[in-house]
Design a binder for this molecule. Structure first.
Ligand code: PLP
Length: 263
């Protein structure tokens, strides 16, 4: 018998194509050997070619999913992904305050690689005001960090300034992902709770199969935090996991395919 296992929850959107969103999170949880549960905030009709349609889940049903899990599971760590609009962000923030699901990783998902919006613009203020103060780890990419801070980020100094600004808004630890910067290396900038900083660099891999990369990275951190791994170790594990998931490509669909969660 295996007995007790760490339990996690992803509070996010469904990707019918299985490469991003809740599906990527659950596959990552499984690969990292934690038990994954889910709270659906929105649904997308999606494949590797893009997002064709999206639909919000009624807010009362988000509350019901929170209540069901809180009534039965002992969740050790959680993450958020696609949160759809202002009202849905507010509902998730209220529910998170009410139920104790451990350290929260917030991946402030805004726009899918194909250009489809996953978060309405007016929701940004609510993320800043209601969610960031409850955030243990914030994982924006560079464009998301720019939107959240209102800063233009081109240099390393500007990345550092943006991370500090996000920490001042309430996020305890901030990881600004550098995948959108040019160069041979993809470098992420990490600002920790105690103000120390470090960087994670890995060779940039040329691949069109990077769908769901951000979700997979943040759900891996969540899984490691559920195992009570220290934050820094969780981040290094997630970086290695996502690097392997991109490197060992699988071919699914004809568009931007998913990363490989078995890697
Ligand atoms: N669809 C859903 C439901 C998501 O949560 C995300 C990312 O968080 C995406 C699509 C975007 O995937 P990508 O931009 O990696 O292709």
């Amino acid at each position: 018998m295996r007995g007790q296992v760490p339990q996690t929850v992803t509070i996010a959107g469904s990707d019918s194509g299985g490469g991003a969103g809740v599906q990527a999170d659950l596959k990552t949880f499984q690969a990292r050997e934690v038990f994954g549960t889910s709270i659906f905030v929105a649904l997308t009709a999606q494949n590797t070619k893009g997002v064709q349609q999206s639909l919000p889940v009624p807010r009362s049903f988000i509350e019901a999913q929170f209540a069901s899990l809180a009534d039965d599971f002992h969740i050790h760590a959680a993450k958020t992904g696609m949160l759809y609009d202002q009202e849905h962000v507010q509902t998730v923030a209220d529910c998170y305050q009410k139920h104790s699901f451990g350290p929260l990783t917030v991946d402030p998902v805004m726009i899918a690689k194909g250009g489809h919006s996953l978060l309405k613009e007016e929701a940004i203020q609510t993320i800043k005001k209601e969610l960031l103060p409850q955030t243990y780890v914030l994982t924006p990419n560079l464009p998301e960090a720019e939107v959240l801070t209102g800063l233009k980020i081109k240099t390393k100094q500007e990345v550092k300034k943006a991370a500090t600004t996000l920490q001042e808004m309430g996020a305890k630890n901030v990881i600004i992902k550098g995948g959108h910067l040019e160069g041979k290396e993809a470098t992420d900038f990490v600002l920790m709770e105690d103000s120390s900083i470090f960087q994670l660099s890995a060779p940039r891999i040329q691949s069109k199969n990077t769908h769901g990369t951000g979700d997979t990275f943040s759900s891996c951190i969540t899984a490691e935090l559920a195992k009570k791994k220290p934050f820094k170790e969780a981040v290094f594990t997630a970086k290695a996991f996502i690097q392997g998931a991109i490197e060992e490509q699988i071919i699914v669909g004809s568009g931007h395919g998913p990363t490989n969660h078995w890697a």
